[in-house]
Write a protein that binds this ligand. Structure first.
Ligand code: NAD
Length: 245
């Protein structure tokens, strides 16, 4: 990573290049954070996000690494916290690979679990260690309604997202006395590449009768990163139009 002289609060957003992560990165930059935008491989999308932030007068940098690669993730985190504090981590990188369990391949199970859940160990562990030493920090994990309700065809994804909720609640208990607050957001149907094939009848079944916008998730991240959420930890906040209560 290039060394940048930064006096602003610093936030790392994994999977920050597009979709919900892009909206989160833009919102945090607008809130005054220097945003470190992680992504895996699509540099064009990441640069588009960077440009949107810079054009709006915000501060950010791009930092590609694969969250499912334990060595790469721990090297990146060590570098990110080396010289300056990390104030906020948003664990947003995620993939789906839907299939009924009876037809699911080992590769589908492994890739979804390693990207969505094992990344908690690789990325959150070094970040929270650093924050606990600093006695300050916020961690926001993007889980999913799938992990709360279960969804046919998403045994792998729902297992990973439910696992994140257990990890968030446990870590919140471990880190509270050291000033680190840890919360989860469970989005329902949000308009991104990940939901482009969702049948319209499923959206009609949402009580608010529409798909959500990435900005509606980003607003809750902004709240959980800001001063008004100082007494909130270990919580799971649904942003789902009422589809799961
Ligand atoms: P998206 O496919 O548009 O974006 C995914 C992001 O994750 C990209 O930036 C990509 O680069 C990054 N990513 C994927 N694998 C990675 C890896 N191994 N290492 C680093 N980065 C990686 O998806 P989205 O809809 O914006 O989803 C973002 C998060 O929100 C995911 O965790 C997803 O599970 C969750 N979510 C989405 C919805 C929805 O309806 N879109 C609903 C619930 C939860």
């Amino acid at each position: 990573m290039e060394s940048v002289a930064v006096s602003k609060k610093r936030a790392l957003v994994t999977g920050g290049s597009r979709g919900i992560g892009r909206a989160i990165s833009r919102r945090l930059a607008a809130d005054g954070f220097h945003v470190i935008i992680n992504y895996r491989s699509n540099r064009a999308e990441a640069e588009a996000t960077e440009k949107l932030i810079l054009d709006a007068g915000g501060h950010c940098e791009l930092y590609p690494f694969d969250v499912s690669d334990r060595a790469a993730a721990s090297d990146a985190l060590a570098d990110i916290v080396k010289d300056q504090p990390l104030d906020l981590l948003v664990l947003c990188a995620g993939i789906r690979s839907d299939e009924l369990l009876v037809f699911m391949s080992e590769a589908q199970w492994d890739s979804v679990l390693s990207t969505n859940l094992a990344s908690f160990f690789s990325v959150v562990k070094p970040a929270v260690t650093h924050m606990m030493l600093n006695r300050s920090g916020r961690i926001v994990v993007i889980s999913s309604t799938s992990g709360e309700s279960g969804v046919a065809g998403q045994v792998n994804y729902a297992a990973a997202k439910a696992g994140l909720i257990g990890a968030v609640k446990s870590l919140a208990r471990e880190s509270a006395k050291r000033g680190v607050l840890v919360n989860a957001i469970t989005p329902g149907f949000i308009e991104t590449d990940m939901t482009e094939n969702v049948p319209p009848e499923l959206i009609k079944g949402v009580p608010l009768a529409r798909i959500g916008k990435p900005e509606e998730v980003a607003g809750v991240v902004s709240f959980l990163a800001g001063p008004d959420s100082s007494y909130i930890t270990g919580q799971v906040i649904g942003v789902n139009g009422g589809v799961y209560m």
